[in-house]
Design a protein around this ligand. Structure first.
Ligand code: TYM
Length: 330
């Protein structure tokens, strides 16, 4: 049987950034050739922090258009919106009942986000977020989950919960493997190369839908170091290494070849070439996104078609889980 992959992305920004793209989304596209793929927009995860409803709706449509523009083909893959499939929330409830409070409290993303927001603005949803993520994955019996490095701990929890359920109640779930590609699994912030790129730091984050001039400026203002040799050393030369990683991905050239081509040249050249390579990718991408967004009714039609297929798979898993738990058949 063709192995299945599943992955999701939150619609919490007007645009995906190059960290999302290189860390996860480019693998989503590639895996369509070898796997049965289920991909989704995690709108239910998005509401664990405050969202403006009109903006969430627009960002969900735009995220869908962006995934199509990147090359996710709804004829090959199942491309859904999480809230269209009620089984995600239903399975999440079951999984939350076998998750320890301490286990949930230990998740580093929860610790970081709740520390920033303080107890009064931290929702219970933020604490149970990784349990919903486990339900997303386990519902579809996914074998592999392509994500960036920051999701590793959530995948470990998913595996633990799958094994726990299977052991207590009988085999209901495939235990998934993470699929984290070395090299691009963590794209760093251009202004703070020791932090991961994320929308919370706008000047260090290159959005795929940013105006071209803005992208060029952000890359040209990237923080490097006081040395002047272009070399790859993510610990001692985090900024330069991050630029090399980005240039390597967008120019499809090995890092060692890039390093030799920059021998005796300045950081300015590295920034210029990196900006040019990113813009070459981004320009046609933006045109495609715009064209998909001219027809929101068609986007909604594609979402609904995929949802039918997704519910077939999800419904089967949930029915089996309910049966194993001892719920009387409805
Ligand atoms: P999200 O929306 O934060 O990010 C989507 C994907 O982008 C990756 N990513 C990065 N990769 C490399 N460098 C970076 N700087 C960078 N920033 C983000 C993330 O690792 C992710 O793969 N919890 C998930 C969404 C989710 C999910 C799931 C994923 C919900 N359910 C089930 C997989 C399976 C998240 O917040 O991703």
């Amino acid at each position: 049987m063709t192995p299945r992959v599943l992955s999701g992305i939150q619609p919490t920004s007007d645009s995906f950034h190059i960290g999302n793209h290189l860390g996860a989304l480019q693998n989503w596209v590639a895996m369509q050739e070898t796997h049965d793929c289920v991909y989704f927009i995690a709108d239910m995860h998005a509401i664990t922090v405050e969202q403006d409803p009109a903006q969430l709706r627009q960002r969900t449509l735009s995220s869908y258009a962006q995934l199509l523009a990147l090359g996710i083909d709804p004829n090959k893959s199942t491309l859904i919106v999480q809230s269209h499939i009620p089984e995600h929330a239903q399975l999440m409830w079951v999984m939350s009942s076998i998750t320890g409070l301490g286990e949930a409290n230990r998740m580093t993303q929860f610790k970081d986000k709740s520390a920033k927001g303080g107890t009064s603005s931290t929702s219970v949803g933020l604490l149970t977020y990784p349990i919903l993520q486990a339900a997303d994955i386990l519902l579809y019996q996914a074998n592999a989950v392509p994500v960036g490095e920051d999701q590793r701990q959530h995948l470990e929890l998913t595996r633990d919960l799958a094994i726990r359920f299977n052991t207590r109640f009988g085999e209901a779930f495939t235990v998934p493997e993470s699929f984290i590609v070395k090299g691009t699994a963590k794209i760093q912030d251009l202004q703070d190369p020791n932090a991961k790129m994320s929308k919370s730091s706008p000047s260090g984050c290159v959005n795929l839908l940013d105006p071209l001039k803005v992208t060029e400026k952000k890359i040209k203002s990237a923080v490097t170091d006081s040395d002047s040799v272009v070399a790859f050393d993510p610990v001692k030369k985090a900024g330069v290494s991050n630029l090399l990683t980005i240039l390597s991905a967008y120019s499809d050239t090995a890092i060692e070849d890039l390093v030799s081509s920059f021998a005796g040249r300045m950081y300015g050249d590295l920034k210029k070439e990196t900006a040019a390579a990113v813009l070459t990718f981004v320009e046609p991408y933006q045109a495609k996104v715009d064209s998909y967004l001219t027809d929101p009714a068609e986007l909604e039609r594609l979402m609904r078609t995929s949802a039918v297929r997704a519910r077939e798979i999800a419904g089967k898993t949930l029915a089996d889980v309910y049966d194993k738990l001892g719920f009387v058949k409805a």
